[in-house]
Write a protein that binds this ligand. Structure first.
Ligand code: ADP
Length: 287
């Protein structure tokens, strides 16, 4: 009799604990949603005043009326460039919150493979020249002429990897190499992927490199090798986490190979053709 009562009591306690846990999980889910909405709204609200700051500081720094002193024009330029940094940060936070909320939709299209590095050369040739670095493009022979992907997002990932490469390299070169993926490497990371269908974009630098124990960490949001103290390089620590989320959305991933004081290679793997299932879906929705 006593044992029965005890068991009944314990069952009740367990049920209560289970209900409390479920309640807690529901609250967690809700607060994650609040956070996402809050970030999305904040980012949007911050952009409007920032746009005025950017436009007006640009006008001041052009000094068309010649009424400002050299020093004042300098201040206006600082305002403009800090405003641009802030805008980049807001864009990153907005991207990340959209990814977390599953609100990013890809725009899949046929993209010319040869055009991808051409556009990037336009952006990064001046950067390379300014830092006295070599910017090289290497194209493996017989690359596919076309890939089915979200060209804009692909460019965004490569721009981010390249700007990091230039940021963390003082001498030598930055190379963007387009090549077919090594099937063994792909199947080790994505066992279900068709390795022949993957194109690889390697961004190779001769920069400061990344210590082994930090190589996994830097793909997480707000993580930087030089941490919060003794910061030498600017940045937010959001770039790589956004890149790796986008890479996954595109159906691929980013791999890192780096040696301290020697340099780093970040490789984006992305499918050349949409998987059949997706392709069929797309066909169906177009009909
Ligand atoms: P951010 O560059 O804004 O700090 P990222 O997420 O792009 O943010 O990068 C996170 C960190 O990873 C950087 O702060 C840096 O410590 C390290 N890192 C990224 N790319 C490189 C690179 N090419 N060489 C050396 N370190 C790098």
């Amino acid at each position: 009799e006593e044992q029965n009562l005890y068991a009944e009591q314990k069952t009740k306690e367990l049920e209560q604990a289970k209900a409390e846990l479920e309640d807690y999980a529901e609250k967690l889910k809700q607060s994650a949603q609040y956070k996402t909405n809050f970030l999305a709204n904040m980012s949007h609200e911050l952009r409007t005043p920032l746009n005025s700051i950017l436009i007006l500081s640009q006008m001041l720094s052009e000094n068309d009326s010649k009424s400002l002193s050299q020093e004042e024009v300098g201040y206006a330029k600082v305002i403009h460039s800090s405003g641009n940094d802030l805008l980049a940060l807001i864009d990153d936070i907005l991207d990340l919150s959209k990814i977390e909320a599953g609100k990013i939709s890809l725009v899949m299209d046929e993209v010319s493979v040869a055009e991808i590095p051409e556009l990037l050369k336009l952006v990064f040739d001046p950067v390379a020249e300014k830092k006295g670095l070599d910017f090289r493009i290497e194209l493996q022979k017989d690359l596919p002429p076309i890939m089915q992907t979200d060209g804009q997002r692909l460019q965004q990932i490569l721009k981010n990897l390249l700007s990091n490469a230039f940021k963390f390299t003082e001498t030598g070169s930055v190379t963007l190499k387009l090549h077919r993926a090594d099937p063994a490497a792909v199947s080790a990371r994505m066992p279900d992927a068709c390795a022949e269908n993957m194109l690889a974009f390697s961004v190779i630098d001769t920069g400061i490199g990344i210590p082994k124990d930090k190589q996994g960490l830097i793909f997480e949001a707000f993580q930087q090798v030089d941490g919060n103290t003794n910061r030498i390089y600017g940045g937010t620590g959001l770039g790589l986490s956004i890149c790796s989320e986008f890479a996954q959305l595109l159906g691929g991933y980013i791999a890192l190979d780096s040696e301290l004081h020697k340099g780093s290679t970040f490789t984006l793997y992305a499918p050349i053709c949409l998987p059949d299932a997706q392709h069929a879906l797309r066909q169906a929705s177009m009909e």
